[in-house]
Design a protein around this ligand. Structure first.
Ligand code: NAI
Length: 215
């Protein structure tokens, strides 16, 4: 299927569709209408149809979508039908927590290596992967077909490490350091700030409180 340029807002909604469809598939549901999916996901049916129309509508026929087909197609669009090797840089609290998370493998993200500057962490085993010294990082990226680097290091060193990764062929950076990274074109950066999500929660708590006080 020919794919046109899709807005980032639509792309941002695909993982949620993928998650819900995966659950429906596991429950043995074969078909679902946009109305039923809308009720389940609490988004309008017209939003769902609009989103899916970007990809040719996924062949909704008669009563609804074929769940398995839709799940596979969205997975393919998200690039989840291929294996992505990743490394983690920074074997501290966050790096080890991510390394220990098993579900990435289920989605085709394979944990290959972990690096840290702290010699006391070098050699530590995180789910079968030994922490390596930073001096080995460049060669490892080049020789092991590493697509993604996860940065769980302080912001003071993230820019320099990102430049080293870019120079050695990394394709994407999942950035947890609190700093904006300027990498050459063609390298994808996705920054995650958990506190942004917490602040959104804080906003909603205060708004709810105010509404209660005024009612
Ligand atoms: P941590 O101090 O437990 O771990 C950081 C690790 O990075 C240490 O093991 C340290 O030796 C290593 N490191 C420092 N400089 C390095 C370099 N140049 N190369 C390789 N390794 C290096 O800290 P934690 O809690 O794991 O957090 C890591 C970073 O992630 C911090 O900067 C923190 O601010 C950030 N963070 C971001 C979150 C987010 O939502 N974006 C959430 C939590 C933490």
């Amino acid at each position: 299927m020919e794919e046109k340029e899709i807005s980032q807002a639509v792309i941002g909604r695909l993982p949620r569709y993928f998650r819900y469809l995966g659950e429906l598939k596991d429950e043995g549901v074969e078909r679902i209408s946009s109305q039923e999916l809308s009720e389940l996901m609490k988004v309008t049916a017209s939003q769902i149809r609009q989103d899916f129309n970007n990809f040719g509508g996924f062949g909704q026929q008669g009563y609804g979508y074929n769940v398995e087909h839709l799940y596979k197609e969205i997975g393919r669009i998200l690039g989840l039908d291929v294996i992505h090797n990743f490394i983690i840089i920074g074997a501290g609290n966050l790096g080890q927590a991510l390394g220990n998370y098993l579900n990435f493998e289920r989605r085709g993200f394979i944990f290959r290596g972990m690096f840290d500057i702290n010699p006391q962490l070098v050699g530590r085993d995180v789910r079968g992967v030994k922490v390596m010294p930073m001096e080995e990082m460049e060669r490892f990226v080049r020789e092991n077909d590493i697509d993604i680097a996860v940065l769980t290091i302080p912001k003071t060193s993230a820019v320099e490490v990102a430049e080293r990764l870019a120079a050695n062929g990394i394709r994407a950076i999942w950035n947890f350091a609190h700093v904006d990274l300027n990498v050459p074109e063609g390298i994808q950066v996705e920054s995650v700030h958990l506190s942004d999500s917490l602040m959104k929660l804080s906003y909603n708590i205060s708004r709810y409180k105010k509404e209660k006080e005024n009612s």
